[in-house]
Design a protein around this ligand. Structure first.
Ligand code: NAP
Length: 250
């Protein structure tokens, strides 16, 4: 038996239309899961990737800047798949400005998607997973769960908060069969990092510090998500797993 096999599992990935969420949805499908894809943009590309792996996909239109869609996302997934085994809280945004000028609007917008929605989706998912005998929750954290960064105060606060929340939920739910863990991606080429990539000096300075010698490619995140979603991680609780080309080892 392959402990990484996700055959028969029902997964839900937020922010799955692009970037890391898309790559994670495809990787879960390649490992055997059917995948619900929740987000505010068109999921056609990701749906095609899931179906190319021979699995089913369910696009769910949802804007996670409020809690309004949270119950509906989980209910639609369960109505479609009959259960919910894996939740990946991936949807996230970033706002850049010096701390001295940072606005309340940029604080709230980031905290609402990155932290508040992730918590209440986890709660809604766990309310299904615990009665069904267990499940896996994977939060997409950041290097800013460990480090300070500059010009992204609400992002650093949200991702540091998400790491703490991952540990708290692990403590509460580990004994109930639900594994809560996180992945901390390093610097990956996605929409999220476009501003950094466009700034050649920042891009090159970051690259020079990455032991692996290249920025992350979205497909390099999938294996960690499959691991934390699988039986191979049944005794893994509350970790924040860096997938960062060695950045934090430096
Ligand atoms: P991305 O391409 O910008 O993807 C972000 C995803 O979140 C998109 O699908 C986006 O949908 C979705 N999203 C944002 N606001 C939403 C909302 N209100 N409701 C529903 N969905 C929403 O960037 P990414 O790099 O793949 O980011 C994925 C996750 O990885 C984020 O949590 C990010 O913080 C984290 N991360 C990324 C890096 C990196 O280097 N790229 C590093 C560390 C952590 P739209 O396309 O509709 O905006």
């Amino acid at each position: 038996m392959n402990p990484f096999d996700l055959s028969g599992k029902i997964a839900l990935v937020t922010g799955a239309n692009t970037g890391l969420g898309q790559a994670i949805a495809a990787a879960l499908a390649q490992a055997g899961a059917d995948v619900a894809l929740a987000g505010r943009s068109n999921m056609a590309e990701t749906q095609a990737a899931v179906e190319a792996a021979g699995r089913r996909a369910l696009p769910i239109k949802a804007d996670l800047s409020s809690l309004e869609p949270v119950e509906r996302i989980v209910a639609e997934t369960v109505a479609w798949g009959g259960r919910l085994d894996i939740l990946v809280n991936n949807a996230g945004i970033i706002r850049r400005a010096d701390a001295i000028d940072f606005t309340e609007a940029d604080w709230d917008a980031v905290m609402d998607v990155n932290l508040k929605a992730a918590f209440f989706l986890s709660q809604a998912a766990a309310r299904r997973m615990i009665p069904q005998g267990g499940g896996k929750i994977v939060n997409i954290a950041s290097l800013l769960s460990f480090q300070g960064g500059i010009r992204i105060p609400s992002y650093t606060a949200s991702k540091s908060g998400l790491a703490g929340l991952t540990r708290l939920l692990a403590c509460e739910w580990a004994g109930k069969g639900v594994n809560v863990n996180a992945i901390a991606p390093g610097y990956f080429v996605t929409n999220n990092t476009q501003a950094l990539i466009a700034d050649k000096a920042r891009h090159d300075a970051i690259l020079a510090r990455i032991p692996a010698g290249h920025w992350g490619r979205p497909q390099e995140i999938g294996g960690a998500a499959v691991f934390l979603s699988s039986a191979a991680a049944d005794y893994v609780h509350g970790v924040v797993l860096p997938v960062d080309g060695g950045w934090l080892a430096r």
